[in-house]
Design a protein around this ligand. Structure first.
Ligand code: ZN
Length: 412
């Protein structure tokens, strides 16, 4: 069994919110793919003995890897860039997604939640990563997102058109059959749909209830692409587990979300990423709609924070995309932090919060014995500033070092 002792680090994780202070002069003993022990360096070195290789992290801050809860590795927006992805054949698409998965992991995103991927290629990708044939993050996925005929995102093979309660039940079951960990449903219009508005309602009550009831019966949570408050209020009441975007929240709906424990993945980048849209050749009508929704979107987010809604990191843009001097995942977390969350809660929103939503806390989310060694290191203190994640220079996934900028760069 591989065994490594990591030294020269300060261990920090989201338990800081529960009063667990960062551990300075720490060491972490990794055996196989999991953490065997964490503690003061002298204690851990004595415990591990001298037969194991040591990796000196040079005074870095060591945290759990980031979790991106709104990922599309096969994203194709309207415009030339998106068309090029849409026109990939299945073999090319598989390689394209594998490349995205690798880049994502190297950014320090060790887990993703995919919320609409083309052709069930996500399941093949997950199998390849699990088998070690592809380097990538742990994948939790919804398979294809469910959408009404002509509804948000219907143009691509990353959605499945359903109509009527029976149709939506079948849609849920088809994703579960393929291996989905959760269900994604588009309950209102969005920025990327030419024939709809952000506030267009797209599912009737019986359809929405059918999705949630069927998913829950199979032990799967449901997240919804959703903008307007009345549509979200109804879904929350029916037991929705998570809201994506939430462009137009109100005090009433955020209060209901907080009371019911419905999470929000705000994806603030979606309404503040002109350079990304330009790079992909996204048409003018969509850019106008996106950027125009920005101020109200941010207001919704701060309203949710004030009400005590659980907010979680998710970029919508490909997690690894180079953007404003960093990657999309870190840029999104900076926006969340700067708009009122602050660095400590941002660390929670990017690690333990998502892992709890995914019900993976026994395996992931903190730097504790027994958990998978999915760890990242950076020189600045992420509890001082979320921008510390810009400096991620070392990444370990399941006990394997996949990036080490100081010692030979990327190792896989
Ligand atoms: Zn999305």
């Amino acid at each position: 069994m591989n065994s490594t002792v990591l030294t020269g680090c300060t261990v920090a994780d989201a338990r800081v919110l529960d009063g667990v202070a960062p551990l300075r002069d720490a060491a972490v003993w990794v055996r196989g793919d999991r953490i065997a022990a964490v503690g003061p360096a002298d204690e851990i070195l004595a415990l591990a003995g001298s037969d194991h290789p040591r990796v000196d992290l040079g005074g870095a801050f060591l945290t759990p890897g980031l979790v991106n809860m709104h990922t599309h590795l096969s994203l194709s927006l309207p415009g030339e860039g998106g068309d090029a992805v849409k026109n990939l054949g299945p073999h090319d698409l598989a390689h394209y997604m594998a490349d995205g998965a690798r880049r994502t992991l190297l950014c320090g995103v060790t887990t993703v939640r995919c919320v609409a991927e083309k052709d069930h290629a996500d399941f093949a990708l997950r199998r390849a990563i699990t088998a070690g044939r592809v380097t990538g993050p742990r994948v939790f996925t919804a398979g294809r997102a469910l959408v009404s005929t002509g509804g948000h995102g219907h143009e691509g093979t990353d959605t499945l058109e359903c109509d009527g309660a029976d149709g939506f039940r079948r849609g849920v079951r088809a994703q579960v059959k393929a291996g989905a960990d959760l269900i994604k449903v588009m309950i209102s219009g969005g920025i990327a749909g030419e024939h709809e508005d952000i506030h267009t309602r797209q599912l009737f009550t019986d359809e929405l209830a059918a999705v949630i009831e069927t998913a829950h019966a199979w032990g799967r949570k449901v997240t919804a692409h959703a903008g307007p408050a009345p549509v979200i209020a109804e879904a929350v009441d029916l037991g929705l587990d998570c809201v994506e975007h939430g462009y137009q929240l109100t005090p009433e709906v955020v209060a209901a979300m907080a009371a019911r424990g419905t999470a929000l993945v705000p994806t603030l980048l979606v309404t503040r990423c002109k350079a990304f849209f330009d790079e992909l050749g996204v048409p003018e009508w969509m850019q106008r709609r996106s950027l125009g929704a920005g101020p109200r979107h941010l207001e919704s987010y701060t309203m949710a924070l004030a009400a005590g809604v659980e907010v979680l990191l998710g970029s919508d843009m490909p997690p690894f995309w180079h953007f404003e001097g960093t990657n999309a995942t870190v840029r999104e977390l900076e926006h969340m932090s700067d708009a009122g969350l602050g660095p400590a809660r941002a660390l929670h929103a990017g690690t333990l919060g998502p892992i709890r939503w995914l019900e993976a806390e026994p395996d992931l989310g903190t730097v504790e014995p027994g958990k998978y060694a999915d760890l990242i290191a950076m020189d600045a203190d992420p509890l001082e500033s979320t921008s510390a994640f810009r400096g991620v220079r070392w990444v370990m996934s399941g006990g394997r070092i996949v990036r080490d900028d100081r010692n030979g760069g990327t190792l896989s």
